[in-house]
Design a protein around this ligand. Structure first.
Ligand SMILES: Nc1ncnc2c1ncn2[C@@H]1O[C@H](COP(=O)(O)OP(=O)(O)OP(=O)(O)O)[C@@H](O)[C@H]1O
Ligand SMILES: [Mg+2]
Length: 348
């Protein structure tokens, strides 16, 4: 049985419903990320789970119990929110001890547990400091300690790293994952950074317009996106239609394409990532050859992007710096059979 379940939730603000018939299951001990573009309802979902808001209809089940109307302070969840700042006038010790004092835990026990958790986030010796005397990463670790010290049944994160610089973000996300694995807590993590959530999650739920469009392991989402929206999200930029004609998958220009992962059906959207398209000179023979003409070249540092006009639409191709084709060059694109993904258009 899932530890947390959202069942057919409808929720929003006034008359404006953001989530419609929204369902989600999170297994005990899993690290699940909600990923989606700005405004798609990630924070709204987290607020319902935390108890900051109630749904119009549907229910929130935790450990087999309906907690839809259980108030925030009766749910034992830890939060780390982007804007959930530390108390500036309190020392690190008092910031971390806050939740324990609220729970009327004894002084000795508080000292012990704050000590343990500060050890875990590598902030032993910082007890007497004030937040203003610490770096962004250290403050974020205090926020983590403060949330975890109450031994929450679940941790909820809302873009906890978005105020940090890129390098620190990478370091902190490894830290969060390590803590989660060490302590074994269940976590829901909201972000719109694809790389971040793929790096640390057991499962990723990608949201689009208030519903989860695909929930799967990062590996599966990356390699087998189910819809065009998801494919876009994980870096597919080239899309074209294929239909099955006398047993062959055929594109609009009449060319037959071979794919490694065929599936039942007659009509498909096919897609391929720019870095998976191989660029050859015009006329070269290759697998799934598609002739074209270079329209734009863009220098990207490690590689060069070519936008190539073909009979079945424009293709973006990322190639090593070595091959140089100028605008107007005739080229041959190779769409390797094992790099083409088929999508059932009726699923999108
Ligand atoms: N307090 C509020 N009152 C009215 N509308 C709101 C309120 N909070 C959010 N919304 C609206 O609800 C929708 C979903 O907001 P939500 O905060 O859940 O998005 P999000 O996925 O977390 O986005 P972001 O990535 O930008 O944080 C948005 O269209 C937003 O404008
Ligand atoms: Mg948000």
């Amino acid at each position: 049985m899932a530890l947390l379940e959202l069942r057919n939730i409808t929720a929003g603000y006034d008359k404006n419903m953001i989530l419609r018939d929204f369902s989600l299951q999170v297994e005990r001990g899993h690290f699940v990320s909600l990923l989606g573009s700005s405004g798609c309802g990630k924070t709204t979902t987290l607020r319902l789970i935390a108890g900051f808001a109630q749904p119009e209809s549907g229910s929130v089940i935790f450990d087999g119990r309906d907690i839809t109307h259980v108030p925030l302070h009766r749910r034992n969840f830890g939060f780390v929110f982007q804007s959930y700042a530390l108390f500036p006038h309190m020392t690190v010790f008092d910031n971390v001890a806050f939740g324990l004092k609220m729970r009327r835990i004894g002084k000795e026990e508080i000292r012990k547990r704050v000590g343990e958790i500060l050890e875990l986030v590598d902030l032993r010796g910082f007890e007497k400091r004030y937040p203003r005397e610490m770096s962004g990463g250290q403050r974020q670790r205090v926020a983590l300690a403060r949330a975890m010290v109450i031994r929450p049944d679940m941790m909820l994160f809302d873009e906890p790293l978005s105020n940090l610089d890129a390098k620190l973000r990478v370091k902190m996300r490894v830290e969060i994952r390590r803590l989660q694995q060490e302590l074994g807590f269940t976590a829901i993590y909201v972000t719109h950074d694809q790389e971040e959530c793929f790096a640390i999650s057991d499962e990723v739920a990608i949201m689009n317009k208030g519903v989860i469009e695909q929930m799967d392991s990062p590996y599966h989402i990356f390699n087998s996106p189910r819809t065009e929206f998801i494919a876009h999200f994980v870096g597919f930029e080239n899309f074209f239609d294929l239909t099955r004609q006398s047993g062959k998958l055929t594109a609009g220009n009449g060319l037959a394409f071979r794919v490694a992962r065929d599936m039942p059906g007659e009509r498909f959207r096919a897609c391929i990532r720019p870095e998976d398209v191989i660029l050859h000179s015009a006329g070269e023979t290759c697998e799934n050859a598609l002739p074209g003409e270079v329209l734009v070249t863009t220098f990207l540092g490690r590689n060069v992007q070519y936008n190539v006009r073909t009979a079945i639409g424009e293709f973006a191709v990322k190639a090593e710096q070595g091959n140089v084709y100028s605008i107007g060059s005739r080229v041959q694109l190779e769409l390797s059979a094992n790099k083409i993904i088929l999508i059932d258009p009726t699923d999108s």
